[in-house]
Ligand binder design. Structure first.
Ligand code: ZN
Length: 667
């Protein structure tokens, strides 16, 4: 899988968005406009405008709507979905007598729910999936499409979810991105005009489809200097300084000639739905160029026939159920569980599953969980019915069960000094094919190398990059196992933060538990800067994670994830899993206490800043983990003169929790 780039654009509306975190700060999308990959797609759109077909017909886009829900009101009705399709046609068609009949133009684009699915089955263009993915997390974005995705050269994929982080209403891919991440995600209560979206006019959908067809925000790049080649690259949308959130007339830029008012009526601003009612002729040209040059098959006559969206299509007398299912984890270790998701079409009301080799071997649940206790590959069959029609599907060898074995015994240590990358059984996972974890020699707490992730250059917001450690046997540790590692991070602008997440799996990667999370202030170790962050020795922090809950697990996967939001570099170094105290690579750069001279000839002094009312102690360990002695300190200078030659770890403990480490060498 080699993907170039995906550009996501977000509509935050009046509410605050995780991606566009305030009303006055441009969306993440606006930070992309100088990106070279975007310029490539942009060049195709703009060059295409020079040679648009003279005579062109209405272009119809087949649409599939994937509704993710948990059985609540977010499982919106077919009628609510149809109300959004109606609004798209009113707005893109400037339909007389409707809200879309503003001062703009007919873009000559129309939308129809698909009537034939990719396999030739009858459909109403709606797929319903009962899944907690409806609580949409940024880094789970690809999962929606792994569950349900129709060929984007034939269909516009729209995903309905219950929530999006930060109150974002919806977001869209930009043309030219990776095929299998193409589409829109919209919150259920902003999709359509009835049902849960009764207080909406459906313009979130219009705005996001505008992005999908190659349009920028009208406030893109602020005022710029040239009304045609800056801003939103459309000559007849006057420049806009920052997103408008009000219907009040405003002229925010004075560089245009003649100096026109902001076009607050444009669908691509953030103005309230009640006053947005137009696309311009220039925007219609960009849309047409996008369809001709970047989405050339979706509107063709042959595709309309294939998807049942042509005028001549005649629906069958009965559009019965079509059986289909998926699992996000069909490859498991023995004795683990596969989670099945029903993605059958046309609203079945009963399910009958057959799991060769599974426990249970049959189920009537919609989304069953099935464990497998024998090795091999196994068929899965699903029969669905709506009481009138029924359908069956069998997928051969769908489930694959392998032997887990036993992981590497602790301690596990990796400081990235081997000059082999990735080292030591570590896997670097880069699902989007873009910027990945790399070996870094600019910054390190161990002698010369760390790993880094360049969020500063990454524009593929919301995607994850993973450092996956080899399978580990946590039961091999005599005492409570801990995971420790060092990290360093800075932001590029204060409003955006990347995320660092550590997850652990005890079922061979089928499911993951979050064991550590850092973002914003809890992640930052250096100053916000738009130049690459290179930490000095004082700009590292250490993560310490208690793994006691997993101390009997023999086959554990742990991964460190970066979720990018276009911040700055994240560095990782000195990964250490084993005992809490004992390692040569886990020195805290702690200013809590000092040890000198170091190396010493046998007598050295420990100084520390004593906190009133709190007792401190110093524990001195040999490198093989043996406690040599404990010193209870009463004043701020402790002299030690009774250690033999060797290297020791000194651990400072202050009641009840202030802990630091130093290494001392006695020569
Ligand atoms: Zn937008």
């Amino acid at each position: 899988m080699n993907k170039i780039l995906i550009l996501y654009v977000f509509l935050s509306g009046i509410s605050i968005s995780a991606f566009c975190q305030t009303q006055v700060t441009p969306c993440g999308f606006d930070r992309l406009t100088n990106n070279s990959e975007l310029l490539e797609a942009e060049a195709i759109i703009r060059n295409g405008i020079q040679s648009l077909p003279k005579n062109h017909d209405i272009k119809i886009i087949p649409v599939v709507v994937h509704v993710f829900h948990e059985g609540g009101s977010e499982n919106i009705s077919d009628a609510q979905i149809e109300s959004q399709i109606l609004v798209l046609n009113e707005d893109f068609g400037k339909l007389a007598g409707t809200n879309g009949d503003g001062n703009g133009v007919d873009t000559e684009v129309r939308f129809r729910l698909a009537k034939i699915d990719p396999n030739g089955n009858c459909t109403n263009g709606v797929v319903r999936i009962k899944s907690s993915l409806t609580n949409h997390k940024t880094y789970e974005r690809p999962l929606l499409k792994e569950v349900s995705f129709w060929d984007n050269q034939k269909y516009l994929n729209i995903y309905i979810v219950k929530s999006i982080p930060g109150g974002t209403l919806g977001y869209s891919s930009f043309p030219g991105g990776p095929a299998d991440e193409d589409g829109l995600v919209v919150r259920h209560n902003y999709f359509g005009t009835i049902g849960t979206a009764a207080s909406s006019l459906g313009r979130t959908g219009t705005h996001e489809v505008g992005h999908w067809l190659g349009l920028y925000h009208t406030f893109n790049n602020s005022c710029g200097t040239d009304v045609c080649t800056d801003g939103d690259y459309v000559c007849d949308t006057p420049p806009v300084s920052t997103a408008n959130f009000s219907c009040s007339p405003i002229n925010s830029c004075s560089n245009d000639s003649p100096d026109l008012m902001d076009q607050i009526e444009n669908y691509m601003d953030y103005t309230p739905e009640s006053c947005s009612n137009m696309f311009t002729a220039g925007q219609a040209d960009r849309i047409l160029s996008t369809l001709v040059n970047l989405r050339p098959t979706i509107w063709t006559n042959s595709n309309l026939i294939a998807t049942g969206c042509d005028d001549a299509y005649v629906a069958p007398p009965v559009c019965g159920v079509t059986s289909n299912f998926v699992s996000l984890n069909p490859e498991i270790c023995i004795n683990n569980t596969v989670n099945f998701l029903d993605i059958s079409l046309n609203n079945p009301t009963s399910w009958q599953w057959y799991f060769t080799g599974g426990t249970p071997s049959t189920s009537i649940a919609q989304n069953p969980q099935v464990s497998y206790s024998t090795l091999g590959s196994f068929d899965v069959k699903l029969v669905v019915s709506d009481g009138v029609t029924s359908d069956s599907i069998t997928i051969s060898n769908y489930v694959s069960v392998t032997n887990p074995g036993v992981g590497i015994a602790l301690p596990f240590q990796e400081n990235f000094e081997s000059n082999v990358f990735p080292p030591n059984g570590i896997t670097i996972n880069n699902p989007d094919g873009g910027i990945a974890w790399e070996l870094d020699s600019n910054a390190s707490v161990s002698p010369t190398h760390s790993v880094s992730l360049d969020n500063l250059s990454s524009t593929n917001y919301g995607t994850i990059d993973e450092i996956i450690l080899p399978f580990l046997d946590l039961s091999s540790n005599a005492s409570t196992p801990y995971m420790k590692f060092k990290w360093a991070y800075a932001k590029s602008v204060s409003l955006y933060s990347d995320e660092m997440i550590v997850q652990l799996s005890t079922d061979c990667g089928a499911t993951w538990n979050q064991i550590y999370y850092r973002s914003n202030a809890s992640l930052v170790t250096g100053p916000t800067q738009t130049t690459p962050f290179i930490p000095d020795a004082t700009q590292w922090k250490q993560a310490t994670i208690n793994l006691n809950a997993y101390s009997s697990d023999e086959y554990v996967l742990i991964k460190i994830m970066n979720v990018t939001d276009g911040g700055n570099f994240l560095y990782i170094d000195d990964i250490n899993i084993g005992d809490l105290t004992l390692s040569t690579i886990e020195m805290e750069n702690s200013s809590d206490f000092k040890v000198f001279p170091n190396p010493s000839n046998g007598t050295f002094t420990i100084t520390y800043s004593k906190i009133d009312g709190k007792n401190s102690s110093f524990e001195i360990y040999s490198l093989d983990g043996k406690l040599i002695k404990t010193i209870y300190a009463n004043n701020q200078n402790v002299i030690v003169n009774d250690l033999s030659k060797g290297t020791y770890i000194i651990k400072m403990r202050e009641e009840f929790d202030r802990v630091g480490f130093k290494k001392i060498v006695i020569q």
